[in-house]
Design a protein around this ligand. Structure first.
Ligand SMILES: *[C@@H]1O[C@H](CO)[C@@H](O)[C@H](O)[C@H]1NC(C)=O
Ligand SMILES: *[C@@H]1O[C@H](CO)[C@@H](O)[C@H](O)[C@H]1NC(C)=O
Ligand SMILES: *[C@@H]1O[C@H](CO)[C@@H](O)[C@H](O)[C@H]1NC(C)=O
Ligand SMILES: *[C@@H]1O[C@H](CO)[C@@H](O)[C@H](O)[C@H]1NC(C)=O
Ligand SMILES: *[C@@H]1O[C@H](CO)[C@@H](O)[C@H](O)[C@H]1NC(C)=O
Ligand SMILES: *[C@@H]1O[C@H](CO)[C@@H](O)[C@H](O)[C@H]1NC(C)=O
Ligand SMILES: *[C@@H]1O[C@H](CO)[C@H](O)[C@H](O)[C@H]1NC(C)=O
Length: 434
């Protein structure tokens, strides 16, 4: 078990191949829809194509959403084709196979995503990729797949990592991602890009890159194995936390965790804060709005996860917010917005219920400034230009647009103070000085 670091390093010899694709795929956070949060395992071609049509008809495609992703449970569960060894789409739920769905999705001007796991079975227990990476990648390319989400379930015992890594939002872990010290604790300075987890994901990267088809690589190892430190050499995006749930506690907890890891985000590689829950569970409209604002500001992939046929218009409008989408998709500024002040808690406090409240980030159209109320009662939030890093040296009066209403607020001096509802966010695009 505890083979020496020397041996582990020899086995690794990583070939560094950043996922820079010729046609720009993966340079910006992916925008799309995925079946899981809406349908879980109860998925079929009809639902996927209905979602694709809603992406077009609700104007989401025009707003930039591109991918329509099939999550778990699309396969024949009992096994692979006995002759070819290939994975088999379920003939009942996907009667025209994955390629049939891909053709129809492509005909709408959209792209198709598919799902598997770097283990023996997917999370729902369907055949998965480990040991079959090359064959499966060529199958996906032949089917016309454009996006590959690669989960982390059912890892064989001989692929377990040598050391423990604790994701900070899991019980028992420390805020810096280390576990309480045991004999499974990694030595100081351990290079997690040599871990078995990294190797499992690198094998699939190489298999995807070997195909004559551009396939965006969405790595999903739940923040394990310090993925933020090596993800950019392996994939276009990497999940930095456990699964999101449709409630505010989960949204706030992921935001808090990611707020400490945003230095790993830039063009070509993005921390994935997990799929959007807008439209699901018991989020209030304010919470739906804050969830979207911060996922866009953190430059997470924005993957809608709800039944679009019943999504209320005010939620569709949140998903189409032009200011936030422009920030997410900025061609010139790759870095995300980051906290400049924590607010309720002292700066740099790691706190899952009350994350940083004051954030800013630069973009082509100006500085995006957000202020969140993490409290369970309405409270004033005071944005002061002199505290915002990209504004403080420039001046004290700026041209401001409200990102929720689109209202041009004109020239504003000093800053903005406003009462903010429970878990709501105020947001401004702060432009030229005036
Ligand atoms: C998919 O499920 C829906 C709802 O249950 C059903 O109406 C439709 O016929 C199903 N389509 C396929 C291809 O199984
Ligand atoms: C685990 O076992 C499989 C099958 O024997 C082998 O191909 C793979 O290389 C092993 N993994 C590691 C990390 O040794
Ligand atoms: C993580 O934090 C704990 C307690 O706050 C500390 O004892 C430990 O040294 C830290 N580990 C690293 C790698 O910084
Ligand atoms: C790769 O795909 C392109 C476009 O489909 C095709 O024109 C080209 O011949 C293919 N190249 C190889 C080596 O198969
Ligand atoms: C990720 O890799 C790309 C491509 O090499 C690079 O442009 C980008 O700056 C890297 N991201 C970070 C945070 O270093
Ligand atoms: C998180 O911050 C809130 C507000 O300051 C505080 O009441 C709570 O005790 C903190 N939680 C933890 C676990 O420290
Ligand atoms: C936010 O998301 C979902 C869905 O509609 C919730 O159930 C909640 O109702 C939404 N917020 C609203 C409408 O306030």
């Amino acid at each position: 078990m505890h083979c020496s670091i020397f041996v582990a390093a020899l086995l690794a010899l990583p070939v560094i191949q950043a996922l820079v694709q010729n046609d720009g795929v993966g340079r910006l956070p992916a925008l799309g829809w995925n079946s899981w949060n809406a349908y879980h395992c109860d998925v079929n071609a009809t639902k996927i194509l209905a979602a694709a049509n809603y992406v077009v008809n609700l104007g989401l495609k025009d707003a930039g959403y591109q991918y329509v992703n099939i999550d778990d449970c699309w396969e024949v569960q009992s096994g692979r084709d006995p002759t070819t060894g290939e994975l088999l789409p379920d003939p009942t739920t996907f009667p025209d196979g994955i390629s049939g769905v891909a053709d129809e999705v492509h005909a709408l001007g959209l792209k198709l995503g598919l799902y598997g796991s770097a283990g023996t079975e997917t999370c729902a227990g369907y055949p998965a990729e480990i040991g079959h990476e090359s064959l499966d990648a060529s199958t996906f390319a032949a089917w016309g797949v454009d996006y590959w989400k690669y989960d982390n379930c059912n890892v064989p015992s001989n692929w377990t990592d040598q050391y423990d890594f604790c994701v900070p939002d899991q019980s028992g872990s420390l805020p810096n991602g280390t576990c309480p010290v045991t004999d499974m604790t990694a030595p100081v300075g351990y290079d997690w890009s040599t871990s078995n987890t990294a190797k499992r994901y690198d094998i699939m990267r190489d298999a995807l890159l070997a195909q004559n088809r551009t396939i965006l690589y969405s790595l999903c190892c739940w923040g394990d194995a310090d993925v933020v430190s090596w993800g950019n050499n392996t994939a276009n995006s990497w999940r930095m936390s456990g699964d999101i749930q449709p409630n505010w506690a989960s949204v706030a907890s992921i935001m808090n965790e990611n707020s400490f890891w945003l230095g790993y985000v830039d063009f070509w590689g993005h921390n994935d804060a997990d799929m959007l829950e807008i439209g699901n569970g018991d989020l209030t409209i304010e919470e739906n709005r804050s969830h979207f604002a911060f996922w866009a500001a953190m430059k997470s992939p924005l993957i809608i996860g709800t039944d679009l046929s019943v999504l209320p218009a005010d939620h569709v409008d949140i998903l189409k917010n032009p200011y936030l989408l422009a920030f997410s998709q900025d061609e010139v500024f790759g870095a995300p917005a980051m906290p400049y002040k924590w607010g309720t808690n002292p700066d740099w406090t790691f706190n899952s219920t009350n994350p940083a409240e004051y954030w800013s980030g630069e973009s082509t159209r100006g500085t995006l400034v957000l202020a969140l109320n993490t409290l369970d009662e309405a409270a004033d939030r005071q944005i002061t230009w002199s505290e915002v890093p990209s504004l403080s040296a420039v001046g004290n009066s700026f041209h401001v647009i409200d990102i929720w209403t689109g209202e041009d607020l004109g020239c504003i001096s000093d800053g903005i103070t406003k009462s903010v509802g429970v878990h709501d966010t105020i947001g401004y695009l702060v432009g030229d000085s005036c």
